[in-house]
Design a protein around this ligand. Structure first.
Ligand code: PEP
Ligand code: MG
Length: 766
C-alpha cells in the first residue's frame, strides 16, 4: 500500500470498506457491455439505488431549452420516463442543475423550491439528494436519490454521489443519450449554446471548432488499482511543484517582477490544501488520477464560474492552468498549442492569444477566432482586423464548452458565439453573411466614388496595413493610400529578424503595388503585447508603459538603422513618409531624425538614389505631447493620432485588458477635448494630421472626428466602405455645430448620445 501521508492512509482505509469502488467497477462493467442505452441506464439507476440504500434513483438529462427530462428511474413510476419534464430552474432538481451544486434536503415536500409531479408517484418520498452531472464544468443532467424516511445525508454520501455523477457524465456518451431524446431536441454537450461576448473584429464566421489548447481526453476513469493511482497523482503533483520551484529559484525570474508574482501565486495553488485534498479523495474513492483531477476541476469550475466576484473567477484560470499541467504530467505529453493542419473554415477557440500566435495559423483556412480574454483595441484585434478575421472576445468559459470539430458560428460585430447551432440559427447566419457580402459588394462598387460629405467637404480615407495581403486591399477598397503601415507585422511573421535586404524587398513591393498613392511607414512598434519570439526581452511589470516601439529603436539603433536604410533604398526617387511610434518627448524625435539623416548621407556617399522627399511624422499616442502641441507642430511634417494608445494612456486603461478596456467611452469629454486640441493646433500650424487608431473606423466616432475638424483617416480594410457611406450621408457643418455645442456646454456626458440621434435622423448605419 502507498504510505505517503498519514491522513491519506486513514482516508484510504475508510473508503476501502465503502461502496464506491464497487459501484464504480459496476458502472464500468455495465458501460463496457453492449446493449441498448435505455437498458443500461435502467440497470445503472437500479444499482445506485441499492448501493446508496435509497428507495429511488433517477437520472434527468438537460434538453436544449434548458429543461430537465426524466430519462431513467428506479422507484418512481416508469411511465413518467421521457414524459416528466422540469422547466429550467424548476423544482429541487432544477435548482441543483442551475447552481451546479449538490442539493441535500431531508424534508423535500416542505422545501420552497419543491415542485410536485403527480405522474411520478413521488408522494411517499421525503428526503432527496440531487447532484449535477458535470462535464468540463457544464451541467449535462442531474442524478437524484430519494428515500421514504427523512434522512440527513452525510458529507461522504454526497461525495460518493458526486463521484458517481462524474463517472456517469463521462461515460454517458452524448450521442447515445441523444438517441433517447425526443425528436428535434439536443442533449448535453450536443446542445446548442449561445455565449454573448464582445465583438473585436467584424464579420461572420461559420465553421468548426479548433481548440488552440486541445483538451486532454481521459479514457480510463475507474481505477483498477487505487494505490498505484495515488502514487501517480503524487508524482505528477510533485513534478509540477518542482518545475515551478525550479523556475522561481534558478534566478532567471527577476525578483519583484510581475512574472515572479504570477509564479508565486501559481506555487500557492499547487500547494492549495483544498484542491489537493479533493483530488486525493477522488483517487481513493476509485477514480484514476486523471479522472480525479478532471472531476475536481469540473466541480471547481462550475462553482467558480457562477460567482459574481471577478477575483474568484480569476482563480479559475489559475486552477485550470494547474490542472492542465498536472494532467499533462499524468498523460505524459507536452503542453502545446494546436499543431496539426487546419481544417477548412476553422474557428480557433482559445483562452487568450497573441498576435504572433494568430499569424501562425493558415489564414486561408481560418474563419474566425473566439477568445476568453482580449480587449477591443488590443493588438490581436488590430491584426485580426487587418486580416479580415472575425473575432469575439470575453466569451466566458468557451474553451471548456466546446469539443474540437463541433460546429460554431461567430458574429464579430455583435459579439455572439453560437456553439452547435440549430438549423434555423445557422440558416439565418448564412443569410446574414450573404447580406454582408452583398454590402461589401456595394461598398466595392462605390470604391471610386469620392468621399465627399453632403455639404461638399472632401475626406481622405486611407488604409491601415502591414501584411502582404493588405496591399491588394488598397485597390479593392478604393483607399487613397496607406495611412499607417505597421512594419512590425512582417517582423511578427518572420522566424528571425528580417535582414535589411528582406525588408527592402517588402517595402519595394508595397511601393510598386501602390503606384502613385502615398504610403506612411511606421518604424517598428514592437514590445508591449507585440513580442518577437526571436528577440528576447526581459519580463516587465508594465509592458504597455515599458521598453517598446521607438524606445527600443533608439536603444538598439542597429535595428532602427537597418529599417531606415531599407526604407530609404526602397523609396528611391519617390516620396517617403516615416512615422515614429510612441514618441513621448522631443529628444527622441531629434535622435530618430539624426539616424535618418546619417543613413541618408551614408547612402548618398555610396551613390544610392535617394527618395524624392522625406517627410517626418510622429504618432500622437502619449499624452505628454498634448501639452507641447505647438512646439511639436514646428518640428514635424505631419502628425498621426494613434487613438488606441492615446485613449489607453489618457484613461490609464490597458487596451488589452477586457476588465478595463470598455470602462470608458472614447467619446467622453476628456477624449473629445484632447482631440479638439490636436485638430485646432494642427490646423493653426498647417500640419497635416491623420487619425489612424480604431476610432476612425467606427461610424459614430468618425462623425465626432469630422465635427472636430479632422479630414484624414486611416483604418482597417473592412471599415473603409462603411466610413465612405457615413461621409456621403453627413453634413460636416452640422456635425461641427453639434460638437461645438457639446464642448461649449462643458457637458460631462458622452458625445455618443447626441451623435446617435444625428445618425438615426440621417440614415447613417452605426
Ligand atoms: C494606435 O495606438 O492607435 C495605433 C494606431 O497604433 P497601434 O494600434 O498599432 O498601437
Ligand atoms: Mg499605438
Amino acid at each position: 500500500m502507498y504510505i505517503g501521508n498519514n491522513w491519506l492512509q486513514r482516508y484510504y482505509m475508510a473508503t476501502q470498506t465503502g461502496n464506491i469502488q464497487k459501484l464504480l467497477r459496476y458502472l464500468r462493467e455495465v458501460m463496457a457491455k453492449p446493449g441498448r442505452v435505455q437498458e443500461r441506464l435502467d440497470r445503472i439507476v437500479r444499482y445506485i439505488a441499492v448501493n446508496m440504500e435509497s428507495d429511488v434513483c433517477s437520472v434527468y438529462v438537460i434538453q436544449d431549452d434548458g429543461s430537465l427530462e426524466l430519462y431513467a428511474t428506479e422507484g418512481l413510476n416508469k411511465s413518467a420516463v421521457h414524459t416528466t419534464r422540469l422547466q429550467k430552474g424548476e423544482g429541487l432538481v432544477g435548482l441543483a442543475a442551475q447552481k451546479a451544486e449538490p442539493l441535500a434536503v431531508s424534508d423535500a415536500p416542505r422545501h420552497p423550491a419543491f415542485s410536485y409531479k403527480p405522474e411520478t408517484g413521488e408522494d411517499p418520498f421525503q428526503s432527496l439528494l440531487a447532484v449535477p452531472l458535470l462535464r468540463s464544468g457544464h451541467v449535462l443532467g442531474v442524478l437524484v436519490i430519494q428515500s421514504r424516511e427523512p434522512r440527513d445525508y452525510r458529507d461522504e454520501e454526497i461525495e460518493e454521489m458526486q463521484i458517481t455523477a462524474m463517472v456517469l457524465a463521462e461515460i454517458l456518451n452524448s450521442s447515445e443519450l441523444q438517441s433517447l431524446a425526443p425528436k428535434g431536441t439536443k442533449v448535453g454537450l450536443e446542445r446548442p449554446l449561445h455565449i454573448c461576448g464582445v465583438g473585436l473584429s467584424p464579420g461572420i464566421g461559420i465553421g468548426q471548432v479548433v481548440l488552440h489548447e486541445p483538451h486532454i481526453v481521459v479514457k480510463d476513469i475507474v481505477a483498477k488499482n487505487p494505490e498505484a493511482e495515488a502514487k501517480r497523482l503524487e508524482k505528477a503533483i510533485s513534478e509540477v511543484r518542482s518545475s515551478v520551484d525550479r523556475l522561481l529559484d534558478n534566478g532567471e525570474i527577476e525578483v519583484g517582477s510581475e512574472h515572479q508574482e504570477i509564479l508565486e501565486t501559481f506555487r500557492m495553488f499547487v500547494h492549495d490544501p483544498g484542491w489537493l485534498r479533493r483530488v486525493r479523495e477522488a483517487v481513493f474513492s476509485g477514480l484514476t488520477a486523471e479522472a480525479a483531477v478532471q472531476r475536481v476541476q469540473s466541480d471547481f469550475r462550475a462553482r467558480l464560474t457562477r460567482q459574481n466576484d471577478p477575483t474568484m473567477r480569476d482563480r479559475i484560470h489559475d486552477l485550470e492552468d494547474m490542472a492542465r499541467r498536472v494532467l499533462h504530467h499524468l498523460v505524459g505529453n507536452d503542453l502545446q498549442s494546436y499543431r496539426g493542419p487546419l481544417p477548412k473554415n476553422a474557428i480557433v477557440v482559445a483562452r487568450s492569444l497573441g498576435p504572433a500566435a494568430l499569424l501562425d495559423y493558415d489564414r486561408k483556412r481560418l474563419s474566425g477566432l473566439v477568445l476568453e480574454e482580449g480587449g477591443a483595441t488590443s493588438h490581436i484585434a488590430v491584426v485580426a482586423k487587418a486580416l479580415g478575421i472575425p473575432v469575439v472576445s470575453e466569451a466566458t468559459n468557451v474553451s471548456t464548452a466546446v469539443e474540437a470539430g463541433q460546429p460554431i458560428i461567430i458574429d464579430g460585430a455583435a459579439g455572439d458565439v453560437h456553439i452547435r447551432p440549430k438549423e434555423d440559427v445557422r440558416a439565418s447566419y448564412v443569410q446574414k453573411k450573404q447580406l454582408l457580402a452583398e454590402q461589401q459588394k456595394k461598398y466595392r462598387a462605390q470604391r471610386l466614388v469620392p468621399s465627399i460629405s453632403r455639404d461638399g467637404a472632401a475626406v481622405s480615407l486611407y488604409l491601415n496595413a502591414g501584411l502582404p495581403l493588405d496591399l491588394s486591399q488598397v485597390e479593392e477598397t478604393g483607399a487613397e493610400g496607406i495611412g499607417l503601415f505597421r512594419t512590425e507585422l512582417l517582423f511578427l511573421l518572420a522566424e528571425r529578424l528580417p535582414s535589411t535586404e528582406e525588408q527592402q524587398k517588402f517595402y519595394e513591393q508595397a511601393f510598386s503595388i501602390l503606384g502613385d498613392k502615398p504610403i506612411t511607414f511606421r518604424t517598428l512598434d514592437i514590445g508591449g503585447d507585440k513580442m518577437l519570439p526571436y528577440l528576447p526581452m526581459a519580463e516587465e511589470e508594465n509592458p504597455a508603459l515599458g521598453w517598446r516601439a521607438l524606445r527600443i529603436g533608439l536603444d538598439r539603433p542597429g535595428i532602427l538603422r537597418a529599417q531606415i536604410r531599407a526604407l530609404l533604398r526602397a523609396a528611391r526617387g519617390r516620396a517617403l513618409n516615416i512615422l515614429l511610434p510612441l514618441a513621448a518627448h522631443f529628444e527622441e524625435i531629434h535622435q530618430a531624425r539624426a539616424i535618418v539623416e546619417r543613413e541618408k548621407s551614408y547612402l548618398a556617399r555610396h551613390g544610392a538614389v535617394l527618395p524624392e522627399t522625406i517627410r517626418f511624422g510622429v504618432m500622437l499616442e502619449v499624452p505628454s505631447l498634448l501639452f507641447q502641441l505647438k512646439e511639436l507642430c514646428r518640428i514635424v511634417d505631419f502628425i498621426s493620432v494613434g487613438s488606441n494608445d492615446l485613449f489607453q494612456f489618457l484613461f490609464a486603461a490597458d487596451r488589452s485588458n477586457p476588465k478595463v478596456a470598455h470602462r470608458y467611452d472614447t467619446l467622453s469629454a476628456a477624449m473629445v477635448r484632447a482631440l479638439k486640441c490636436i485638430s485646432d493646433t494642427a490646423a493653426a500650424y498647417k500640419v497635416p494630421v491623420t487619425v489612424c487608431g480604431e476610432m476612425a473606423g467606427k461610424p459614430l466616432e468618425l462623425m465626432a472626428l469630422l465635427g472636430l475638424g479632422f479630414r484624414s483617416f486611416s483604418m482597417a480594410p473592412l471599415a473603409i466602405g462603411p466610413a465612405k457611406e457615413t461621409v456621403l450621408r453627413v453634413n460636416i457643418g452640422e456635425l461641427k455645430t453639434l460638437v461645438d455645442g457639446y464642448l461649449k456646454r462643458c457637458e460631462n456626458r458622452s458625445l455618443r448620445t447626441l451623435l446617435e440621434a444625428y445618425a438615426a435622423k440621417n440614415a447613417v448605419t452605426v
